[in-house]
Design a protein around this ligand. Structure first.
Ligand SMILES: Nc1nc2c(c(=O)[nH]1)N[C@H]1C(S)=C(S)[C@@H](COP(=O)(O)OP(=O)(O)OC[C@H]3O[C@@H](n4cnc5c(=O)[nH]c(N)nc54)[C@H](O)[C@@H]3O)O[C@H]1N2
Ligand SMILES: Nc1nc2c(c(=O)[nH]1)N[C@H]1C(S)=C(S)[C@@H](COP(=O)(O)OP(=O)(O)OC[C@H]3O[C@@H](n4cnc5c(=O)[nH]c(N)nc54)[C@H](O)[C@@H]3O)O[C@H]1N2
Ligand SMILES: [Mo]
Length: 759
């Protein structure tokens, strides 16, 4: 079903008037002061702040309005005039707040003062910064470093992140999981094995030189809307876009630019995808193999006929290893197997292959649809196989493009937030700060919670995030979280994780990046890395929500001083006074990437980190780009036996959320209003299960581990989605996701193919 036509059931294009209306609505909802809404003009500008929403690239010559509907919502969310101050807590117990919806908790406003949980009154009570730090320090010092976890959610700046990893390592552990563990870790592992770097290789300039793009499992209209600018320009040049997604996502079908007056006044919209393949969820390895098979067989014919080769033979010979084994596997695998596992016809895959073979420079964009699977790493490596066949890496207009999530998630990894000691320059840090960093592997997110369920974790410090909501197996996790000795949450807004206190619990409110950060040496700037490996400076522009708020740098330094004591070799106070000193140290630790950091961060368009794969240098085990023969075409080769009526649930984001932050209960693009307890289902599946649209159902996870995972009160909604696949919203559906149901090599929770049945 490759034809792209708009379905009448939800015929929105992304952008357009709906988008403008949504921006006006959120500014009103958050009572953002009129003078503050001018802040949007500073968003993603060289002299302004980098958006706190997604990590899409920031151009050197920004549009007047370099923000999107999602970014405007995120800005309004932080610059709201509502406050959650000590008075708020004096009138609400934690037990009462637990019954609030996620939306209402954050909607209540910005946190203003440090808080300590008081079990006697079941309330959070104001505490001074100094007391909070010294109490946290006293508790942590008494704990075994193995049982203390330092989570980072992906938003904090490079400066804060660098300080945070130093704190963990000086304390004595590599327990530095971050949101990447639930997100693009399958890319970090897969790309590293295939091309030698764990990040994408494309830059904004590549969009001007590309001939064709693939889109696998990424919902651009909702999750990285600013990228629609580049897609629109490319489409105007006639660049085809071939999309693989089980759902017909309106944002991948057409786009009208709310910032282009002409498009807004005429019905003309830009068609986004030129082919749309509704792959089964978990069927991408098979689909990509089908494309590869067509390309390889076309090349076999060309070779036999003495015609021009289809493959980039020079590239394959000089730069890759494993081609022959992979090609044999592709030739041997039957179309029947590929069709069964992908849910697509041979003809559809050949159609995609024909487009691919016509193009000289191809980019492959992808997101959670590839990474959040049991075989997520394999999916990423298959995508690399496809690119290698025609030399589509390390040349203009081509390359893999993992579209990252949080605005600095990639950067946090770059400056040392990683549980894998081999990925941090420990010897350099040892010398630079005269200490002995721990060398044993730390825990990623899934390992943290596996250990927590066994009682092996005492304390969790959260630099942002809402883990109780974002991780799998909420039913098991919440009681285990409650048993923690200590929970510390550095946060801008109240969320459910704060309401499950450990024996001691603190909420430490921080400035948002949008706010002016005044320290001893003056107003401070911070920096971050976007999805294309490009570093940017960012300056806050709004007045802080309260004068009792502190910066994340101040808070990390406060905790560090309290834990590490006077003997610490880091001048924490001086760093807080002047963040440029932190950048000097980052430049010393990573000179190749960050030399002359303080000057270069203000270059228009930022500066790129050097990536060997972009120059066709391969830092892999073999020294070459590595083809991979897939282990299996099936999503879950080792899952329990399925019954005929079982379904595969993918958990999705709406256009009115940022992860666990729910701006409102609508999903404009998918035609949902006022309800997130919705299950998208194919007509045939509805008939097979004798269900009507609007009917309530319960889902239960199919597993043989003896745990009953069940979610009630879901409403069926008919949707254009392949038979056997259903969709529901994250985080509501996380109760259904078993902790062990994660990607084999990267441990990313397999949130896009949960085996469930209707009960
Ligand atoms: N507004 C907004 N922006 C965001 C976020 C947000 O929540 N809201 N979150 C941020 C974060 S942290 C991240 S990681 C990114 C996430 O951005 P995306 O990568 O777009 O993530 P999802 O919305 O979870 O799902 C992506 C798409 O995968 C498709 N899909 C599901 N299963 C499969 C499959 O098996 N194969 C294929 N080919 N497709 C599949 C779904 O239909 C969906 O369209 O967005 C970031 N930006
Ligand atoms: N089932 C399912 N589960 C998933 C996913 C999925 O697709 N399906 N996606 C996964 C992905 S890709 C990700 S990235 C994770 C995200 O998981 P998390 O990182 O745990 O969650 P977030 O919702 O991003 O964090 C929101 C909280 O961060 C705090 N915050 C916001 N801004 C700031 C700031 O500037 N500083 C600080 N210190 N705090 C701030 C606020 O208090 C807010 O409540 O969830 C994962 N879980
Ligand atoms: Mo993410």
């Amino acid at each position: 079903m490759a034809k792209v036509e708009k379905s009448s059931a939800y015929s929105f294009s992304s952008g357009g008037w709906g988008s403008l209306k949504a921006v006006v609505k959120i500014l009103a909802q958050e009572k953002v002061l009129l003078k503050d809404s001018g802040i949007l003009l500073k968003q993603n500008k060289p002299d302004g702040f980098m958006c706190v929403s997604c990590s899409w690239a920031k151009p050197a010559d920004p549009h007047t309005f370099e923000f999107c509907e999602s970014g405007a919502k995120a800005t309004a969310w932080d610059t709201t005039s509502k406050r959650v101050d000590p008075r708020f807590f004096s009138t609400h117990t934690v037990r009462e707040l637990l019954s609030w919806h996620d939306h209402d908790l954050e909607e209540a406003g910005r946190l203003t003062t440090p808080l300590r949980y008081d079990p006697a009154s079941d309330k959070y009570i104001e505490v001074s910064w100094q007391d909070a730090f010294s109490e946290i320090g006293r508790e942590v010092k008494a704990l075994d470093p193995d049982g203390v976890v330092f989570y980072a959610s992906g938003r904090a700046s490079l400066e804060t992140s660098y300080m945070y990893q130093l704190l963990a390592r000086m304390f004595g552990c590599n327990n530095l999981p971050d949101s990447s563990n639930m997100c693009h870790e399958s890319s970090s592992v897969g790309l590293k094995e295939s091309i030698g770097v764990g990040v994408g290789t494309i830059t904004l300039e590549d969009f001007e030189k590309t001939d064709m793009m693939f889109f696998f499992g990424q919902n651009v209209g909702t999750n990285s809307p600013r990228m629609l600018h580049q897609l629109q320009d490319a489409r105007r040049r006639g660049v085809p876009i071939v999309t693989f997604n089980p759902l017909r996502e309106p944002g991948l079908i057409s786009f009208s630019n709310p910032q282009s007056p002409v498009q807004m006044l005429t019905p003309a919209e830009t068609q986004v995808s030129t082919q749309y393949h509704q792959v089964k969820n978990g069927g991408d390895t098979a689909a990509i193999l089908g494309i590869c098979k067509s390309v390889i067989e076309a090349d076999d014919q060309a070779r036999e006929a003495g015609a021009t080769r289809i493959l980039d033979i020079a590239f394959i010979e000089e730069h890759t290893t494993g081609y022959e084994q992979f090609a044999d596997y592709a030739r041997r695998t039957s179309w029947e197997d590929i069709e069964r596992a992908s849910g697509l016809t041979r003809f559809a895959l050949i159609e995609a292959a024909n487009e691919y073979m016509k193009a000289h420079a191809v980019m492959a964009h992808y997101g959670m649809g590839l990474t959040q699977h049991r075989m997520g790493v394999q999916n990423v490596r298959m995508l690399c196989n496809l690119l290698f066949l025609r030399g589509n890496i390390g040349k203009p207009g081509a390359g893999p493009s993992p579209i990252r999530g949080h605005s600095n998630v990639q950067g946090q990894r770059t400056v040392g937030i990683t549980e894998k000691p081999e990925l941090a320059p420990l010897d350099v840090l040892a010398k630079q700060f005269s200490f002995d960093p721990p060398r044993t592997k730390g825990k990623n997110v899934v390992e943290t919670f596996e250990a927590m369920l066994k009682g092996g974790i005492s304390a969790v410090i959260n630099l942002g995030g809402n883990l109780v909501r974002s991780v799998p197996d909420r039913g098991q996790i919440e009681p285990a979280w409650r048993n923690l000795q200590l929970t510390v949450n550095v946060a801008t807004k109240l969320n459910r994780s704060h309401l499950i206190p450990g024996k001691s619990s603190y909420v430490l409110p921080c400035l948002s990046r949008i706010e002016i950060d005044r320290q001893a040496s003056g107003e401070q700037a911070v920096s971050m890395e976007d999805s294309t490996g490009c570093m940017h400076g960012s300056r806050g522009v709004a007045e802080p929500a309260a004068d009792t708020l502190r910066s994340e740098q101040f808070i990390v330094a406060g905790i560090a001083k309290a834990i590490l004591g006077a003997g610490s070799t880091v001048p924490w106070d001086a760093w807080v006074d002047d963040y440029s000193l932190v950048r000097d140290e980052i430049a010393k630790t990573y000179p190749d990437i960050f030399h002359d950091f303080n000057e270069r961060m203000w270059q228009p368009g930022g500066f790129h980190r050097p990536l060997p794969a972009r120059e066709r240098k391969w830092a892999t085990k073999s020294g070459k780009a590595e083809f991979l023969v897939p282990e299996s075409l099936d999503e879950d080769p080792d899952m329990p036996e399925k019954s005929p009526g079982d379904l595969r649930l993918m958990t999705l984001r709406s256009d009115s959320q940022f992860n666990t932050t729910i701006y409102n209960l609508d999903d404009r693009f998918r035609g949902v209003k006022g309800d997130r307890m919705v299950i998208f289902m194919n007509d045939a599946d509805m008939q097979a299960h004798r269900l009507q649209e609007g009917q309530k159902i319960s889902l239960q996870t199919v597993s043989d581990d003896g745990i009953d995972r069940r979610l009630d009160g879901l409403t069926v909604k008919a949707f254009d989605i392949p038979k056997g696949c259903i969709g529901g919203y994250y985080p509501e559906c996380n109760v259904l996701l078993p902790l062990w149901h994660c990607a084999k090599e990267s441990k990313v929770p397999a949130a896009k193919s949960i085996p469930v049945r209707i009960v």
